[in-house]
Design a protein around this ligand. Structure first.
Ligand code: ADP
Ligand code: MG
Length: 701
């Protein structure tokens, strides 16, 4: 790397620093620090100053606090349970800290006379105590340095390996202080000046200085704002380029006509399309007609009628001489889509084939052949579609149902089976603002915001285990009146085994016991494809009255006559899952019921989920609560979406910074699509360096 490249010292190995030797290098690698740049971006986890410190005499029981105190003495105390005691003082009062494990280890850690910052929950046993507090060593002269000057002290995360080589929080302070002394002033801007000016961002060099050793809290907050902005800006820049690449006019298919058979199909449907469906089809049609590739997300709550939109989209492609593929996350769903499509389109001369994992060799071979020869017009399947052996003759449109079940890579693989085909991804999970700017940031969005007419709102209840038998009596009554019922058992462990057991055992018990006079069916993921198909078909025909199932029916399944959804161990399900399960009923014009049976212990969070389900059927509201409960990391599955890990920014809490970052990134991507005007400054360098693997830039060089 030449010296002319901006901030090239950031890429140097961290061992180049004077106070980092090979041993420390190895230890630093455990927290992902390999370069000088990594160390710059190793941010404190908390800050300590006088305003956050409480005097021992003012402590209260059960408070979570930080105390600054000097070590008086320590040692192991024998008793019913041996423990390590550390006695400290802040000059006036005494605080005792207790550890019950690694007793001899602590003997080596502390030093009489040293000042510590101790954080934890306060208890009172004849004096104030903290058990297993977090602590940070402040040194011998903290009284002068900290207590009097009111400085802000950064506290760094560390681990045992780091501590062994002197890199506890205090060690980090030393190393980073000297790093800043030598290099902070040299750090050059990595985003264009006009953005910094427009948003009044703190200069990068000052921000790095202040994130580690803030002059005051106002400066710290400015530093945080700047660094969060950078992180979000580069992420949005990547999203902007992804979107641009997709939209590039080159090679997108222009589907000239709608075609006569589309009208035939629409006329033949047993219902009128909703206004929302018509609106969305217009948006899709406009994309398809244009020469650029469609990259659209169709969002519509469970039961809003996404399938027919997908079907019409595929038929337009077929009318223009192309093939269309539809990928679904489960075999059951793929099979269902296949049946619907086949049923509607066969008589108008469209050939639909099904490709799933569980097919026998001969069938599979025949299907593959019809696809590669172009005899098959519409290909429906599971992820079996993206296997290497699958070749299309002329793939024009790709549709992905329940897209949140797939990763970006899987979507990309299917897309690559054609020459810039149009892509429509569908989901029932509504998208909070933050998601539409990140995970789905490169997609155009269409929303089905209307349910088909005549739907009766589902009645939802949640009940404890004591009421279980009452509930089952209710189900009996309803089934006798003709209601078809799902009874769902959760996936208990990550393996399917135990989940299978719960469902199978209950099936056997119910079949010979409580529900002996009804027709029961069993469905789980371990069954062979044709067994599953047979059970689903029989449920659909109304022959099976009660379907005992695992979560294989969670998404997509459409049996309008089913009106009861009973979920066992509902406390174990996530909100989105519960909402999806509930979406299996309420698809016709009859009153439907969703009954959630929860078993002790029910955590506060589980209770919140169950209450939310009872309170609302609005998928958007449910998604918001879900996001709040699970936090963005888990909710997004950022890695699966090919997005970077965020170190300092939080896409939910920092929504405003995210918005600004998105605006600026999209503007830059538009003004300077190859970052050529910015070739010499950091933005291009940084982008190429950090996003190369996440984004295949034709112009990277
Ligand atoms: P989802 O959006 O959950 O995938 P589906 O496409 O499975 O929903 O549709 C749910 C049910 O509504 C299906 O039985 C479908 O036939 C029916 N449906 C779809 N569109 C309409 C409409 N415009 N009017 C009445 N019923 C409709
Ligand atoms: Mg669906």
């Amino acid at each position: 790397m030449s010296d002319s490249v901006i901030n090239s010292f950031m890429d140097q190995p961290v061992e180049r620093l004077q106070n980092i030797g090979p041993k420390r290098g190895v230890a630093l690698a455990t927290v992902g620090i390999g370069t000088i740049g990594d160390l710059f971006y190793y941010f404190p986890r908390r800050y300590l100053d006088r305003s956050t410190v409480v005097k021992i005499s003012q402590l209260q029981e059960n408070q979570e606090v930080t105390v600054v105190a000097k070590v008086l003495r320590f040692g192991i105390k024998k008793g019913r349970r041996n423990r390590f005691l550390l006695i400290c003082t802040d000059g006036k009062s005494i605080l005792t800290c207790v550890w019950f494990s690694k007793l001899t280890y602590w003997l080596r850690i502390f030093k009489v006379g040293e000042w510590l910052a101790l954080s934890g929950k306060v208890t009172f046993y004849g004096g104030f105590q903290m058990t297993h507090p977090e602590f940070d060593r402040l040194g011998d002269d903290a009284e002068g340095e900290f207590v009097n000057t009111g400085k802000i002290i950064p506290m760094y995360p560390s681990n045992e390996k780091l501590t062994k080589v002197g890199l506890d929080s205090r060690g980090f302070r030393r190393v980073i202080r000297s790093l800043l002394k030598s290099y902070a002033a040299k750090v050059q801007e990595d985003i264009p000046d006009e953005i910094i000016e427009r948003l009044k961002l703190m200069p990068i060099s000052q921000a790095l200085q202040n994130i580690h050793f803030p002059e005051d809290f106002a400066m710290l907050s400015q530093a945080q704002r700047r660094l969060k902005f950078d992180e979000l800006f580069f992420m949005e820049l990547m999203i902007a380029f992804r979107k641009q690449q997709f939209r590039s006019a080159r090679g997108g298919i222009s589907f000239e006509k709608v075609g006569d058979r589309v009208r035939t199909l629409v006329d033949k449907l047993p219902f009128e399309l909703t206004d929302a469906q018509k609106k969305v089809l217009h948006e899709i049609r406009a994309d398809m007609k244009s020469g650029r590739s469609m990259n659209r997300l169709l969002q519509g709550d469970v039961g809003s009628g996404k399938t027919i939109v997908a079907l019409i989209t595929m038929l337009i492609a077929v009318e223009n001489g192309y093939q269309a593929a539809l990928m679904a996350p489960t075999e059951i769903l793929a099979e269902q889509h296949f049946i619907t499509t086949h049923h509607l389109l066969e008589e108008i001369g469209v050939k639909t084939v099904l490709l799933v994992g569980g097919q026998n060799k001969k069938t599979r071979q025949a299907v593959l052949e019809s696809v590669v020869k172009g005899e098959a017009d519409i290909i429906i399947g599971t992820h079996a579609l993206i296997q290497e052996s699958v070749d299309f003759s002329n793939l024009g449109v790709v549709i992905i149902d329940e897209q949140h079940r797939f990763g970006v890579m899987q979507r990309a693989t299917l897309r690559q089976k054609g020459l810039n085909p149009d892509v429509l991804v569908m989901t029932a999970t509504p998208i909070p603002r933050t998601l539409s700017m990140t995970v789905y940031g490169d997609l155009d969005v269409s929303v089905l915001d209307e349910l088909p007419a005549g739907r009766v709102p589902i009645k939802t209840y949640w009940r404890g285990q004591k009421q279980r038998s009452k509930i089952y009596h209710f189900v009996r009554e309803k089934v006798a009146e003709g209601a078809q019922t799902y009874i769902v058992f959760p996936l208990v462990e990550e393996t399917e085994k135990s989940d299978l057991k719960a469902a199978t055992d209950s099936y056997e018990k119910m079949r010979s016991g409580f529900f002996a006079d009804f027709k029961l069916g069993l469905l789980h993921g371990r069954m062979k494809s044709d067994e599953k198909d047979a059970v689903m078909a029989s449920f659909k025909r109304g022959e099976i009255q009660i379907l005992i199932s695992t979560t294989v029916i969670e998404v997509g399944v459409d049996v309008p006559n089913a009106t009861i959804m009973l979920v066992e161990h509902a406390e174990r399900f996530g909100l989105t899952q519960l909402h999806q399960l509930r979406g299996r009923v309420g698809r016709g014009s009859k009153q439907s019921y969703c009954i959630l049976v929860a078993y002790d212990p029910i955590t506060a969070e589980a209770r919140r989920r169950l209450d939310t389900m009872v309170e609302t059927i609005d998928g958007f509201r449910i998604a918001e609560v879900d996001l709040e409960l699970r936090g963005p990391g888990e909710y997004f599955g950022t890695k699966q979406h090919g997005l970077p890990d965020l170190k300092i920014a939080d896409v939910v809490k920092d929504l405003n910074i995210l918005k600004a970052a998105r605006t600026e990134a999209f503007r830059l991507a538009q003004d300077d699509p190859q970052l050529l005007e910015h070739k010499d400054i950091g933005v291009r360098h940084y982008f190429v360096k950090n996003y190369r693997d996440k984004f295949d830039l034709a112009w990277v060089g």
